[in-house]
Design a protein around this ligand. Structure first.
Ligand SMILES: Nc1ncnc2c1ncn2[C@@H]1O[C@H](COP(=O)(O)OP(=O)(O)OP(=O)(O)O)[C@@H](O)[C@H]1O
Length: 251
């Protein structure tokens, strides 16, 4: 088994609000292996985004700890990339400008960062769109820019929070297929959040089923189906049936 790159020990998270404490994560212990594609799957509002925010360092944990590559996570860092449902691309920058932004901010020389950005723009299938602005691109293309931008920082881990959640069904399937191709070509450790069961089974090496809030691990499934997967394969449908019966109904 490859090394454990994310180690969460007894992770617990409570938000203190003006209306009292909101307990969102309850005692989650979870390890993610190098180059694993781990899916966090659970009902709406169960705490999946909060899990990702704590693992990526955007939110501090209240109890327990998170380590990435042996380093305790206390704030966001370039070793942890994040892709959101709606990528906050800079509208005044071109695709190239957006993708090279991270390395530019870290002082990577122009030639090197341009080459690196070009590589990731091509990896996500946007060759020819280097000089386009985000508002000239479709929703799916904007998500590709977001993925290229996250990859361009060459992070140890990538967190993806329902990155295809707002896309139409057809574009969503296409993006799932393309994400698999990208990941096969350039392996990364990915933690992917979704509340779509087909998406979870299509992508995952392992699915962690989370309970309603405060969220805990309910069950985990190792998904050994060969890739590329087919949504209507008998084995796929069997897993879909089984996991559907385990997941809580959204509150
Ligand atoms: N900063 C915050 N302050 C207070 N409560 C919060 C905060 N962030 C999240 N919560 C609460 O935590 C719970 C879980 O939210 P979270 O967004 O993590 O769930 P989710 O599973 O990602 O939801 P969805 O599937 O709808 O995206 C919700 O009840 C939410 O209101």
């Amino acid at each position: 088994m490859s090394k454990e790159i994310i180690v969460c020990k007894n992770m617990d998270k409570t938000f203190e609000t003006s209306r009292g404490a909101v307990h969102v994560i309850e005692d989650v212990t979870l390890n993610v292996h190098e180059n694993e594609l781990l899916v966090l799957f659970g009902p709406g509002q169960c705490g999946k985004s909060t899990m990702i925010n704590c693992m990526s360092g955007l939110e501090p944990v209240t109890e327990g700890s998170v380590e990435v590559n042996g380093k305790k996570v206390i704030k966001p860092g370039p070793d942890r990339g994040v892709v959101y449902q709606r990528m906050a691309l800079f509208p005044w920058l071109t695709v190239m400008g957006n993708v090279e932004y991270g390395p530019k901010m870290r002082g990577v020389p122009k030639k090197e960062r341009r080459e690196r950005a070009q590589h990731y723009i091509e990896l996500v299938g946007l060759k020819g769109f280097e000089n386009s602005y985000p508002n000239q691109l479709s929703g799916g293309m904007q998500q590709r820019v977001g993925i290229a931008r996250a990859y361009c920082n060459e992070p140890d881990v990538l967190f993806m929070d329902e990155p295809f959640g707002h896309l139409d069904a057809q574009t969503r399937y296409l993006m799932q297929e393309d994400l698999m191709k990208i990941w096969e070509k350039e392996k990364r450790t990915i933690v992917f959040v979704t509340n779509n069961i087909e998406e979870a089974i299509y992508l995952a090496d392992r699915i962690i089923v989370m309970t309603n809030c405060p969220t805990k691990i309910k069950k985990e499934y190792k998904i050994d189906l060969p890739r590329p997967r087919n949504y209507v394969d008998e084995e796929f449908l069997k897993l879909r049936e089984e996991i559907s019966t385990v997941v809580d109904k959204a509150l």
